[in-house]
Ligand binder design. Structure first.
Ligand code: WT7
Length: 675
């Protein structure tokens, strides 16, 4: 069993030993919702033995317009016995926006702060209470209805991290529209592809945003995406533009008459009351596009009730959430982490959170800790890449700040290397705060393998144990379930509430990607090891997906982007270890016949620019390696194993190259290194 190549950054040999240390919950157990390993074991056992009872009881805390019929869960994971189908709370009706907002206000919590918004620039901030947010959500929902958005309509959202972004998601959910949030760092091409897949008539955006010192012209990107979409025969009737005056002057923004509308002109005029659309448990809530092993991103679809219960319950237990907590998740709403652990999970729990528009290193590397102290953050949820980036600036930026309010630290997105774990634990948390290393995916909707801070003894680098209702298994290459200590493919055996239900418009691809690899199981695409204590250690993707800074980038997507450059004949992309990003993008490029190697230096810049334009800056290749020939088998298949070894400078471990059609390409590739 091998992961797809690069292992996460690991440098400090001493930190490596740290993996063997164990950290019991200690004082974190006091007053915790789950306060002992025994209690966790008992609850996990119940959740598996009787999911109807377990989840049925949890679901009583939500507001339903109609209750479900038993069984709570119905599913088929086995393609051999019929189509894959997952249903929870069949027959029930609810509304997630109601459960995020109205429910708390009716309980007298309207004046609680929902968001402390911290802008990109220092001293730009505001506070939004639950009541205020409900008013905004209702006004926006009414506006959406006025431009023809209905139950079941798709709406694309391309916005910066301002309170209007979660408000837009909640407004869609309120009226039963299906939102598709596209991270506002994706290019016009990527945005166009996603619009063409879900075919909305309305797009929500903002004039611009500043990320650090850099302004980004969001409206301009939307305009060019719409041009591309129109060229394919789809039209957008309304673009609602939030005037983000801090990032751009209104007068500088190009407007299309009759299509573009300023948010501030249209939305506040709407009534602040908007009755919810009671949604069937299995009606869609949102689509979120994520990279797969083929070129086209997959539209992962989540439905209403199971997702609501899953996002809410994981947030509550994994962060041991208390009403006095101030929670800060650094993820953008454009990713699943922002969906489940900014918009839905916390709001379903009536949490107070920080919403940060900027980057943690602007204006300097102390910004994150500045925010922690300013808002007295108790729960912090971030990614290993951010931890490593902050660590690289040195401890003093951290220790200059108090951080005494921090109670629990979370991490997500990729395996955390022991060196970063140690720094997060010792320097950031002063040894006081448990670290919850949460393994999950866009597809799983919510945490799957994770510690509970008051119950789980931590091992640095391990996501530890399954959450309630999750039944993982480790399979061998042949697909056999292994017992005890083992290493193999991580799969899930039974349906959990927040599991995706299908891929947008392509149930066949859904079945092929996740349920046909090992029939009867949900295939995660991750390799993992289980130790003698039953702890899970995630190793990395086993498919052609690169995990760059906790974001999935398909190798095929980057290859497709590179070949859009007129001088690129063929490209092969592999992951390579990167000290901050975890994995970087290493691209081998074969140029059009007749080109001399190495070509003029300018060409590398052009190729990189092409990828940024086609996908977005997150897919920027770290290395371009000229490849007059690629190592292929006689049947023409690229041997990526060899490319990975060359990328990681392990050419002494190339293994068997005798099956190559032309073994001499390896020497040529090696001679091109650094050219
Ligand atoms: C992939 C899912 C889930 C939100 C962020 C990414 C990797 C995620 C961990 C972790 C080891 C992790 C896996 C997974 N991953 N969290 N705690 N330890 N690996 O969501 O873009 O859907 O990516 O991220 O490889 O399959 P995503």
């Amino acid at each position: 069993m091998a992961s797809n190549g690069a292992t996460p950054a690991q440098h400090d040999g001493h930190a490596d030993e740290y993996k063997n240390h164990q950290f019991p919950p200690g004082p974190a157990a006091e007053g915790a919702l789950v306060s002992s390993r025994q209690q966790y074991d008992e609850m996990h056992r119940e959740s598996i033995a009787d999911p109807d009872k377990f989840w049925g009881k949890i679901a009583e805390d939500f507001v339903w317009n109609k209750l479900w019929q038993n069984p709570v869960r119905r599913f088929n994971f086995d393609v051999r016995t019929g189509p894959v189908k997952i249903e929870w709370f069949v027959g029930a009706e609810t509304n997630i926006s109601y459960n995020c907002l109205d429910r708390h206000i009716e309980a007298g919590q309207g004046d609680r702060v929902a968001f402390y918004w911290e802008g990109n620039d220092l001293n730009e901030d505001c506070t939004v209470t639950y009541s205020q947010l409900l008013d905004q959500v209702c006004q926006l929902a009414n506006y959406l209805k006025s431009v023809g958005v209905k139950r079941g309509s798709d709406v694309t959202i391309y916005m910066p991290m301002i309170p209007e972004l979660p408000a837009a998601m909640l407004a869609c959910a309120r009226i039963g529209a299906v939102h598709s949030v596209v991270f506002a760092g994706f290019s016009a091409d990527s945005l166009a592809g996603r619009i063409l897949d879900s075919r909305p008539s309305v797009v929500l955006t903002a004039s611009a945003v500043k990320r650090g010192a850099k302004p980004i012209n969001l409206k301009g990107i939307v305009d060019s995406a719409i041009k591309k979409v129109e060229a394919q025969g789809h039209s957008i009737s309304t673009v609602l533009v939030y005037d983000h005056a801090l990032a751009a002057k209104r007068t500088d923004v190009a407007f299309v008459e009759g299509r573009d509308v300023w948010w501030q002109d249209a939305v506040p005029r709407q009534p602040t009351e908007c009755p919810v659309e009671w949604m069937g448990a299995e009606e869609p809530l949102f689509k979120l596009y994520t990279s797969g092993s083929t070129g086209k991103p997959k539209g992962v679809e989540h439905t209403t009730a199971g997702y609501m219960v899953g996002a809410s319950t994981t947030f509550k237990y994994v962060f041991d959430h208390r009403q006095s907590d101030i929670y800060w998740c650094t993820a953008d709403c454009g990713w699943i982490t922002g969906h489940s652990y900014v918009t839905y999970g916390p709001m379903l729990n009536g949490a107070t959170q920080v919403l940060f528009e900027g980057v943690p290193t602007y204006p300097d590397a102390g910004r994150a800790w500045d925010i922690v102290d300013k808002y007295k953050v108790t729960l912090l949820y971030t990614a290993p890449t951010a931890i490593r980036a902050l660590q690289s600036f040195g401890d003093k930026f951290v220790t200059q700040h108090s951080r005494k309010t921090l109670r629990i630290l979370g991490t997500v997105g990729e395996p955390i290397n022991p060196e970063a774990w140690k720094w997060y634990h010792e320097v950031v948390g002063e040894g006081r705060c448990p670290i919850v290393d949460t393994w999950w995916q866009t597809e799983t909707g919510a945490h799957m393998i994770t510690p509970l801070p008051g119950a789980t003894t931590l091992k640095p680098g391990s996501a530890t144990l399954p959450f309630f209702g999750v039944e993982p298994a480790v399979l061998s290459e042949k697909g056999e379930e292994m017992e005890g200590e083992c290493e193999g493919y991580l799969v899930i055996k039974t349906a959990w509430p927040s599991c995706m239900r299908t891929l947008s418009g392509d149930h066949e691809r859904f079945e092929t990607t996740y349920f046909k690899v090992y029939p009867g199981y949900y295939f995660t695409g991750d390799g993992c090891r289980r130790d003698a204590d039953g702890y899970y250690w995630l190793i990395g993707r086993v498919d052609d997906v690169i995990n760059v800074s906790g974001h999935r980038i398909g190798t095929a997507e980057v290859e497709g982007a590179l070949t859009q450059h007129p001088q690129c004949a063929e490209a092969a992309v592999v992951p390579v270890e990167h000290p901050i990003k975890g994995q970087g993008i290493y691209a081998y490029v074969t140029l059009m016949v007749g080109t001399e190697y190495p070509p003029p230096a300018q060409l590398k810049k052009e190729l990189v620019a092409t990828v940024r334009e086609v996908i977005g800056p997150i897919a920027t290749p770290d290395v371009i390696h000229w490849a007059p020939g690629l190592p292929k088998t006689r049947s023409g298949k690229i041997m990526r194993r060899i490319l990975r070894k060359i990328a990681s400078k392990e050419e002494d471990q190339l293994g068997d190259t005798s099956t190559l059609a032309d073994p001499s390409v390896v020497q040529t590739l090696l001679s091109m290194r650094g050219q």
